[in-house]
Design a protein. Structure first.
Length: 228
């Protein structure tokens, strides 16, 4: 999969993408991540990409010309036959879910356009195939949401995780929270590992885990339980 990120702050991604699962996916050539500096597509010598809003108001708004030029350049450098989407992380978008992560993982290319300042000139939204929000709160820019989405999508790609079953046991993979996990010691300050997990009976363990996942979801996130 090819990930393109158009941003004013590519350095923000260095630590996150240089460790753990994302780094492993890149090292295995399962994932390729490219960064495009939005200022490189500004028209003036001072590399301005923002301007004050028409009608007045606080803050600055990202101009359409640099963003259009950057997106068109990224797309022109890629095979037009790739299945791909241009995504703008934006509070007006649908809230990101595991189902969306699976959907995006089936694509060949994702292009993220990361906003900053007071947002985008409204005409920039015409470039997007999808607007995605990671929650109802305010962030400084689109870089953090892009990191979250890339991480969730990368886990869905074949051979990224160490075990083929790892993603399938994650919370939300099947619409519910994950089941409780235990490791050594068997007895920690009087808190015991459930006996069924020590039994070696895989059918019973599977049944127990399914029941625990359902109970945990009902208790902590009842909104996830689908109406029958």
């Amino acid at each position: 999969m090819l990930i393109d990120i158009i941003t004013l702050f590519p350095e923000m991604f260095t630590g996150v993408f240089g460790e753990s699962i994302i780094k492993r996916a890149v090292d295995k050539n399962i994932l390729e991540i490219r960064f495009t500096q939005l200022r490189d597509f500004a028209f003036d010598k001072h590399k301005h990409v923002d301007d004050s809003p028409f009608g007045g108001g606080a803050g600055m708004v990202l101009k359409p010309e640099p963003v259009y030029r950057a997106v068109r350049d990224v797309l022109a450098k890629s095979d037009e036959n790739l299945s791909r989407k241009v995504i703008i992380p934006d509070p007006s978008g649908a809230v990101f879910t595991q189902a969306k992560a699976k959907e995006l993982a089936a694509l060949d290319q994702i292009v993220f356009v990361c906003g900053h300042y007071e947002g985008f000139d409204a005409r920039i939204y015409d470039l997007a195939d999808d607007l995605i929000s990671i929650g109802d709160y305010v962030l400084t820019g689109g870089e953090l949401p892009a990191m979250v989405i890339v991480d969730a999508v990368a886990r869905m790609l074949p051979d990224v995780l160490g075990s083929a079953e790892s993603a399938e046991t994650d919370s939300f993979f099947d619409g519910m929270l994950g089941f409780p996990q235990y490791t050594r010691p068997r007895d920690f300050e009087g808190k015991l590992v459930p006996e069924v997990l020590l039994s070696g009976n895989h059918a019973e363990i599977k049944k127990w885990r399914a029941a625990q996942a359902l109970n945990l979801t009902r208790s902590r996130r009842p909104d996830l339980i689908r109406a029958e």
